[in-house]
Design a protein around this ligand. Structure first.
Ligand code: FE2
Length: 262
């Protein structure tokens, strides 16, 4: 499979970087810390943080439970548009396509991206970013899981039905990007009470030290290994950020791209 160079990939991923949009406020001051400078926290957090999707395919990334591409982007505030497009997502609040590997590679990912985004009424620059992410993240996740014959590309609107319980995924892995509000929270094994985690314990008791919980930023790319991922690193313990509400108590929707490997 032909991979893009790191520099060409970065330029595709930062289409709005120089346009001076207002930065998004993604968390309260008491919330978890964002991942630190690229690479600096990798050994301590079980997360391999780097500056290029190509780095996820390097041998030194293999032992980690999660792979993280930090994207220093200032995001426009799309909350109004995201809440407004709820009807486009139907009762399931998600649109997905299964993409199968062909002899020539994962050539159907761009078509799946177009099909998913066709009926979604979001600003053109956001749609363009999501489409690029579907293609870039899709092919990288597929490359990380060469045994897999299919991936599921899914765009989801997460409101009240998000998954706020700490858990490990019981499949191979998931690539994920959040486009507004707040990114995925994660915890290293050393702060997890695995008895509580695996025996339906109290969510508040699963994490031994909540001050060490971390969170990726809006716009970052994250690959979360699940329990079925080969190699024995174990799944990354993670959860969705808490549901957020407007000043008048209306739930705010979070727009999330997922690339799943069953
Ligand atoms: Fe999960």
């Amino acid at each position: 499979m032909a991979m893009r160079t790191a520099s060409s990939m970065r330029s595709a991923l930062h289409p709005r970087q120089s346009r001076g949009y207002e930065p998004y406020v993604t968390r309260s001051s008491t919330g978890p810390r964002a991942a630190e400078v690229a690479g600096a926290d990798a050994a301590a957090t079980s997360l391999f943080t780097c500056g290029s999707l190509n780095d996820w395919l390097r041998p030194e990334a293999a032992p980690f439970q999660g792979l993280h591409l930090k994207r220093c982007i200032t995001w426009p505030n799309y909350q109004v548009e995201i809440d407004r497009c709820q009807r486009d997502f139907g009762v399931e609040a998600q649109i997905e396509r299964t993409v199968f590997s062909k002899q020539v590679g994962w050539t159907d990912i761009p078509r799946a991206a177009d099909e998913i985004l066709r009926g979604v009424t979001l600003p053109e620059d956001l749609l363009s970013t999501i489409r690029a992410d579907m293609c870039e993240l899709g092919i990288t996740v597929a490359s990380l899981c060469p045994w897999s014959k299919s991936i599921i590309v899914k765009l989801e609107l997460m409101g009240e039905h998000s998954c706020p319980r700490w858990h490990r995924d019981n499949y191979c892995g998931r690539g994920i990007v959040t486009y507004n509000l707040a990114g995925t929270e994660y915890a290293t094994d050393d702060i997890v009470d695995f008895w509580e985690l695996e025996n339906c314990g109290n969510n508040d008791h699963i994490i031994r030290d909540v001050s060490k919980v971390r969170q990726v930023n809006v716009g970052d790319m994250l690959f979360i290994k699940g329990n079925q991922f080969p190699g024995g690193s174990g799944g990354l313990v993670h959860k969705s950020p808490p549901v957020q509400y407007s000043d008048i108590g209306v739930v705010l929707n979070r727009l999330v791209l997922k690339i799943d490997v069953p």
